[in-house]
Design a protein around this ligand. Structure first.
Ligand code: PAF
Length: 283
């Protein structure tokens, strides 16, 4: 595995591959890698000759009261995990590489309000502007043909797909399926903050999503009643539901009976962590 810790080093590492007509895939991450990230690397390797994994804790996607300073930085362990994966190049840019004019003078992308004023975006103002602004930079620097993002962060994935389509990026975005524990709990770096009893309780999130999926498939399209019942059920298990929404999978607006592709998304708080998950339903 090659390593590049600056924009120019990455471009130097990729030039021979590009000259030889090899396909480059990018897997952007903020590090603290787990099985979910490694599955994205594996997916990338099935579609490209060279897989670049970037690790960069992006300051512009954290709000003033969020955990940028304490975000886990585990480069040694991440490097080891990537060495044992299909990753060809580890890219660890500096802030100056990605924001050469400094945070205050950086050009930032504006995310469409309809896709950001809801779900996680409603609770994290400016977050998705930061995500789009860093992902655009990473795509431009790497000139990747393919980039892979996890479905677990569904709103983020949709916004990145929209950005690439709207701005005419040549990069094809691949969706990486959510990786799960045996209990069904979505694998996330935040799971490490949960005590074993909380971990067991957290499996109720996926169970609720599954049940809603089955109810909708069985023909129950009273989405509001379904979500209210699911929220009550989770609250009865002492799970604080931040949101549970059944939406159109493309617009993220509340699902109507004409919609055929739905997404059910949840964010919930347990002592120790805020967790998110989602599931698709085709009608
Ligand atoms: O999902 C993440 O880890 C981050 O939001 C991303 C896409 C790497 C941008 O910083």
């Amino acid at each position: 595995m090659l390593e590049a810790s600056s924009r120019s080093q990455l471009q130097a590492a990729l030039t021979p591959y590009k000259r030889a007509g090899k396909r480059v895939a990018l897997v952007p991450t903020m590090g603290n890698l787990h099985q979910g990230h490694l599955s994205l690397v594996q997916l990338a390797s099935q579609h490209a000759d060279v897989v670049v994994t970037s690790i960069f804790v992006n300051p512009t996607q954290f709000g003033p009261n969020e955990d940028f300073a304490s975000y886990p930085r585990t480069l040694a362990a991440d490097r080891e995990a990537l060495r044992n994966s299909q990753c060809s190049v580890l890219f660890t840019p500096t802030t100056a590489d990605l924001y050469p004019f400094g945070g205050d003078c950086a050009v930032m992308l504006k995310a469409p309000a309809a896709l950001t004023n809801c779900l996680c975006g409603a609770r994290r103002p400016g977050h998705f502007e930061g995500v789009l602004s860093v992902v655009a930079r990473l795509l431009l620097i790497s000139q990747a043909e393919i980039a892979v993002f996890g479905e677990k962060d569904y709103q983020q994935l949709l916004l990145i797909e929209r950005m690439c389509a709207d701005l005419g990026f040549a990069t094809r975005i691949l969706r990486g399926p959510t990786q799960r524990e045996d209990s069904g709990l979505a694998i996330s770096s935040r799971n490490q903050y949960l005590q074993p009893t909380e971990l067991a309780r957290a499996a109720a999130l996926h169970a609720s999503l599954n049940q809603l999926q089955q109810q909708i498939r069985a023909g129950n399209h009273d989405y509001d009643a379904l979500r209210q019942a699911a929220i009550k059920h989770l609250q009865a298990q002492q799970i604080e539901v931040e949101y549970l929404q059944i939406v159109n999978a493309t617009t993220l607006q509340s699902a109507s009976n004409n919609d055929r592709q739905l997404r059910i998304l949840i964010a919930a708080r347990l002592p120790g962590a805020r967790l998110i998950d989602n599931i698709g339903v085709e009608i």
